[in-house]
Design a protein around this ligand. Structure first.
Ligand code: IPD
Length: 263
């Protein structure tokens, strides 16, 4: 079955922009936590659920035979060879607190892997996108990751999981890493962190324990911007893997450091 990449990209961009506008303009002043997931800090708001529904409705209107995998539980097999991987709000805690670092993340996958990704950051008016082998863009302009620097001069983004066990281990790793890099950043959205690597706003990003919807679009965008990106390093018994994105030389050095730190 032939897949019209331009059509899929237009659908993804439309769904991301429309949903981003909805989340930005309809955010209730008294936004509350509707439910929790892996731990009491892993929240879902009523807006996460509404946004996922909106994205799927919007895509399905054009693509009734595609599959879906969404953070808020929507999962369906399609018959077209295309599956959409959706995080309606990546950075939910930022959204809950009315901080600007949240986004809508939409990727389309085929049997060959991620075909395209869109990350819409409504508060700052930025749309990142990439198509496999087609480069990465911010608001339509090409973007590139930074040239590799030694880890000692690298600004490294990371994030934390929601369980006490995961955080205890992540805290130990950053305590050891912080004295060895320029600085660390914790922005609160894996998808935006990956776009920040792509746009040269940080040198690298790593985090253990992400889900497919956190990284599907952002990993392609960072890769198409020139970074080396791994989303499934060092799998562990709990099902978690390490995501690492950085330009080649720095990626190798950071990878060695993270292994040694059991990050
Ligand atoms: C979270 C964010 C955060 C990362 C967490 C993710 P959510 O996604 O991407 O930056 O550190 O691991 O779960 O819950 O906001 O969609």
């Amino acid at each position: 079955m032939t897949i019209d990449t331009a059509e899929l990209l237009a659908i993804a961009r439309d769904a991301a922009r429309h949903t981003g506008g909805f989340l930005l303009h309809e955010r209730p002043a008294d936004l509350g936590v509707a439910a929790t997931k892996s731990s009491p800090t892993d929240v879902v708001t009523e807006m996460d659920t509404a946004a996922e529904k909106l994205i799927i409705e919007r895509i399905r209107a054009h693509r009734p035979h595609d599959g879906f995998l969404g953070e808020e539980g929507d999962a369906s097999e399609g018959s077209s060879g295309v599956r959409w991987v959706i995080d309606p709000i990546d950075g939910t805690v930022n959204y809950l607190y009315d901080l600007p670092g949240w986004c809508v993340s939409i990727a389309a996958e085929t049997a060959e892997g991620t075909l395209l990704g869109v990350v819409e950051v409504p508060v700052v008016g930025e749309t990142f996108h990439a198509v496999r082998d087609g480069g990465a863009f911010r608001n339509g302009k090409p973007i590139h990751c930074r040239p590799a620097v030694p880890a000692a001069r690298a600004l490294v983004a990371t994030g934390f999981g929601y369980t006490v066990e995961r955080r205890t281990r992540q805290a130990a790793a950053i305590a050891a890493l912080l004295p060895r890099v320029r600085d660390l950043r914790r922005a609160g959205s894996a998808a935006i962190d990956l776009c920040s690597v792509a746009a040269g706003r940080v040198d690298a990003y790593y985090e253990r324990g992400l889900n497919p919807w956190d990284v599907a679009a952002g990993a392609l965008i960072a890769r198409e911007a020139g970074a080396e990106v791994f989303v499934d390093l060092w799998p562990e018994a709990d099902g978690s893997t390490m995501c690492l994105a950085a330009p080649a030389g720095l990626r190798a050095e950071l990878q060695d450091a993270l292994v040694a730190l059991h990050a």
